[in-house]
Design a protein around this ligand. Structure first.
Ligand code: PLP
Length: 472
């Protein structure tokens, strides 16, 4: 492809993109495909000869698009959103075009310095203390892994980095029974061993019980373990439960345990001053993560990772091969030493575009709107004779189930709700997901898509109640 063809096709693609944003609701949210349907349409090997862009794009439309789940659709209300916005997509186009590899200050000074500054903007935006310094990672899973590796090096005084785990010591990590599965994965990768992860019981609101945490730490100390890190969650994946940071933080300070806060989804809600209660006690934390790529209109991937002790983070990851040394090393941030990969995308650009395009007030307005839609729907669910809420709704995630009052059997209720969810998914009109809360099959619905409106919320509720009635 030459430059004039690139120009021509890029213009065509921009038209396609604008149409997609306008027409995304016309696609079934979930594609009607079976495993292998797409694979069997793809040739076994790459073509020997160059193919025209027209034919590649035709296949994109005919083969790929019919197999896509449309996360951009306002009828996508499953998992947590991976929402985005026009300015973010435009920034991604520029990022791809520049193709900069932002591992060191020298490899792109503007990318490094923009990242430093947008992380300050973001810290102020969510009301985090000034003592935290931020860096962009790819995902919350990676950010939490970085936190656990920092905790590991802190407690062993960098012995693991130098010589590996001491054979006579057992390090323990704590999280709640509702913590995201990435913590377990990170514990495995960081070498703690899964059997050294303590899952602390939750209260009736699915938040960690600090007393039980303290009991677990004390019991481990008595048994000769070394409590190393606690991961508290602000906004659990199941129901956006908020672990009590103040109480957990005091325990961590008392026993000198590293505290990491996972606010992957709910961190965005801290943009609203009325939600800052969720972060009370954050000054006790050693690190904190939230994902603008979930709810803050910034394309995946963009995970904001904050630490109190920048030197600990850098010492945990720093490497200095000859070929990467630069004259400015003592005066600049080399973000390759702030995380796991060497190579880094220019992610700060999309965050900068988003923050400037929306402005603080624009972001607040959108987030408030999403929360108010969910609160409104919560009232409707509570008023319905045959539905019940299964968890509090601090933000915009609703956990509920269909519960006709003549069915008491928990197994039957689980089956009924699973059937209801499958029927909704099949319709292609709405995408919801499920979890289990307190052992019960729970339908989850998140009103966080960039363009979700009251109309979508009402339409979704109508569909849910209609499909439920049909099951009776
Ligand atoms: N933590 C929480 C609370 C989450 O809800 C999720 C994903 O939904 C994650 C961590 C993992 O996020 P990521 O995909 O960025 O690793």
């Amino acid at each position: 492809m030459n430059n004039s063809k690139f120009r021509k096709y890029a213009h065509e693609l921009v038209d396609w993109m604008a149409d997609y944003f306008e027409e995304v609701e016309e696609y079934p949210v979930k594609p009607d495909v079976q495993p292998g349907d797409i694979l069997q349409q793809l040739p076994n090997s790459a073509p020997e000869q160059s193919e025209s862009f027209d034919s590649i794009f035709e296949d994109f439309n005919d083969t790929i698009i019919p197999g896509m789940t449309h996360w951009e659709s306002p009828n996508f209300m499953g998992y947590f959103p991976a929402n985005k916005s026009y300015p973010s997509v435009l920034a991604e186009m520029l990022t791809a075009t520049l193709g900069a590899q932002c591992m060191s200050w020298l490899t792109s000074p503007a990318a490094t310095e923009l990242e430093e500054q947008v992380m300050v903007w973001l810290r102020k935006l969510i009301g985090m203390p000034e003592s935290f310094t931020g860096v962009i990672q790819g995902t919350a899973s990676t950010s939490t892994l970085c936190a656990l590796l920092m905790a590991r090096e802190q407690i062993t005084d960098f012995e693991v980095n130098e010589t590996g785990f001491p054979s006579d010591e057992q390090f323990t990590v704590y999280c709640s029974a509702e913590t995201h599965s990435s913590i377990e994965k990170d514990v495995k990768i960081a070498g703690f061993g899964r059997r050294h992860l303590r899952k602390i019981p939750v209260d009736k609101n699915f938040a960690m019980q600090p007393k039980k945490l303290e009991q677990a730490i004390r019991s481990d100390l008595e048994d000769g373990y070394s409590p190393t890190a606690v991961v508290a969650t602000v906004g659990t994946t199941g129901s956006t439960a908020i672990d009590p940071l103040q109480a957990i933080g005091e325990i961590c300070t008392k026993y000198d345990v590293f505290l990491h806060v996972d606010a992957a989804y709910a961190g965005t809600a801290l943009i609203l001053p009325e939600n800052r209660w969720m972060n009370e006690g954050i000054e006790h934390a050693d690190s904190f993560v939230f994902n603008p790529h979930k709810w803050m209109f910034t394309n995946f991937d963009c995970s904001a990772f904050y630490v109190q002790d920048e030197a600990l983070l850098v010492r945990t990851f720093e490497i200095m091969p000859e070929y990467l040394k630069t004259p400015e090393d003592q005066r600049v941030k080399n973000y390759r030493d702030w995380g796991i990969p060497l190579g880094r995308r220019f992610r700060a650009l999309k965050l900068w575009f988003v923050l400037r395009s929306f402005g603080v007030e624009g972001l607040q307005e959108k987030i408030r709107h999403h929360i108010s839609l969910a609160q409104n729907l919560k009232d409707k669910i509570q008023q319905h004779n045959h539905f019940e809420m299964l968890a509090p709704v601090p933000l915009n995630t609703l956990c509920f189930r269909f519960h006709p009052n003549y069915i008491d059997d928990e197994e039957k209720l689980d089956e009924l709700n699973e059937k209801l969810l499958n029927t909704i998914q099949k319709s292609g009109e709405l995408f919801l997901t499920h979890t289990k809360l307190g052992g019960s099959y729970t339908i989850r619905m998140v009103l966080g898509n960039t363009n979700v409106t009251e109309t979508h919320m009402k339409k979704a509720w109508k569909l849910i109640t209609e499909k439920a009635n049909q099951l009776l």
